[in-house]
Ligand binder design. Structure first.
Ligand SMILES: Cc1cc2nc3c(=O)[nH]c(=O)nc-3n(C[C@H](O)[C@H](O)[C@H](O)COP(=O)(O)OP(=O)(O)OC[C@H]3O[C@@H](n4cnc5c(N)ncnc54)[C@H](O)[C@@H]3O)c2cc1C
Length: 385
């Protein structure tokens, strides 16, 4: 893929009447993970059409940090900007506690990561188009109607392929905003837990080799994040430039909607508490891609794929609930208790245990190549993850 601006003017030819085997709406983390997995598991034979309102990699709305093992798992190590071996937590009266993690974070470059993912998507086609709705197997876009028997909603929190549309702030959404100053500061992923900064949420600084991503998120969608982000940037002495922000879910939704597959933020796959939604978008995107590949290979029908994908999604509900409970509990703790708790779990075996559990909820081993099952198999068998 060459990086190009979003198609405009004469480039915006009509797509009306186009058909494909699979249409993926959204070409960010979730959508590209689905298309990549289809290229791998369906043997490159599938006709996959990927749509996004922007060109691939054009618009990031994320601090773009993921557990390092996921970089290798997705074959995108070349997009890495900086590896972050530890995390620090700063509380108002507890000072700063630093954890050495059993795995590291990596801050990456969004356009480059998208380019590397797209390069693995085989013969998939991409068009810039705004999805405006859907009727059955037909997706309505600002460039005309396109159809496919298999539809994927990977368009983020809005969920474009079905009702109910999600409407902030009256929804289970968090909101986040960050600035991207040029600044070489830091070696760790730093977190601030301070009610005076942000009532229910946290602030962060993610160094990314010459750039820093400094922001705040609020679990309460009614609370604004602009002033807290500016305040944190001021405290850190960095410029408040290059803003980017978005809403993101903090509760699982349905995995499927009217026969379409929902992946990533569209299905609520962003993990509560941390607001980490990139690796989970990869993880569930891979699972979805494998189910779709099994349909295209004739190993199962669409209804079976929908059922199996939904069951896989539901298997993760207990972990999401647990994280959601912590999301409610932590901001409610009196600051001295929070500081004590952070120190108490700072013992290395406890850090290893807690962060080991956290990584296992969407483990990079899931990305390992799925065996391409024989099309002659009558039953799809256990889930490939
Ligand atoms: C400030 C901030 C910082 C964050 N930092 C991190 C982080 O460091 N690590 C982490 O793991 N998570 C982070 N998150 C969360 C993470 O960004 C999301 O969970 C993740 O982007 C979800 O990926 P996705 O592919 O499901 O959706 P998105 O990344 O939102 O992608 C949706 C895609 O669909 C397209 N689209 C939307 N509507 C339409 C339409 N109508 N027609 C066509 N295309 C459409 C969009 O253009 C976009 O490309 C952060 C979030 C915010 C707001």
């Amino acid at each position: 893929m060459t990086t190009r601006a979003t198609a405009r003017g004469a480039q915006r030819t009509s797509l009306d009447g186009e058909r494909a085997d699979v249409i993926v709406c959204g070409a960010s983390f979730a959508g590209l993970a689905v298309a990549r997995e289809l290229a791998r598991s369906a043997g490159g034979a599938a006709d996959v059409l990927v749509l996004d309102r922007y060109a691939i990699g054009e618009r990031a709305t994320s601090a773009c940090a993921i557990p390092t093992p996921w970089m290798a798992a997705m074959g995108v190590q070349d997009a890495a900007r900086q590896e972050l071996p530890g995390m620090s937590f700063t509380t108002p009266r507890g000072g700063r506690v630093r954890y050495r993690l059993p795995w590291s974070w990596t801050a990456f470059d969004y356009p480059e990561l998208c380019r590397l993912l797209w390069a693995q998507c085989g013969s998939a086609r991409f068009e810039t188009a705004v999805v405006t709705g859907r009727t059955g197997d037909t997706v309505h876009t600002d460039r005309g109607d396109v159809s496919a028997p298999l539809l994927v909603d990977a368009a983020g929190w809005r969920r474009v392929l079905g009702d109910p549309h999600v409407q902030p702030p009256e929804a289970t959404l968090s909101r986040g905003l960050e600035v991207h100053p040029h600044d070489a500061g830091g070696t760790d992923l730093d977190v601030w837990l301070d009610r005076d900064l942000i009532r229910r949420g946290y602030g962060w600084s993610v160094p990314a080799a010459g750039e820093r991503r400094v922001g705040t998120l609020s679990y309460n969608p009614h609370d604004h994040v602009k002033e807290p982000t500016r305040a944190l940037a001021r405290d850190l002495g960095v410029e408040t430039v290059r803003y980017q922000g978005n809403w993101f879910p903090h509760a699982l939704r349905e995995a499927t909607i009217d026969g379409a597959f929902c992946v990533g933020d569209s299905a609520g796959h962003c993990f509560p508490l941390s607001g980490e939604g990139i690796r989970t978008a990869f993880y569930f995107g891979i699972a979805c891609g494998r189910e779709l590949a099994a349909v295209l290979d004739g190993r199962q029908d669409r209804d079976a794929a929908l059922r199996r994908y939904a069951a896989f999604h539901e298997d993760h509900r207990p972990a999401f609930r647990r994280a959601a409970r912590l999301q409610r509990l932590i901001p409610a703790l009196p600051p001295p208790v929070l500081a004590l708790a952070l120190r108490a779990i700072g013992a290395q075996p406890l850090v290893d245990r807690a962060f080991g559990w956290y990584l296992r909820q969407a483990h990079p081993a899931a990305a390992a190549a799925a065996p391409k099952l024989s099309a002659r198999r009558a039953s799809p068998g256990p889930h490939p993850l």
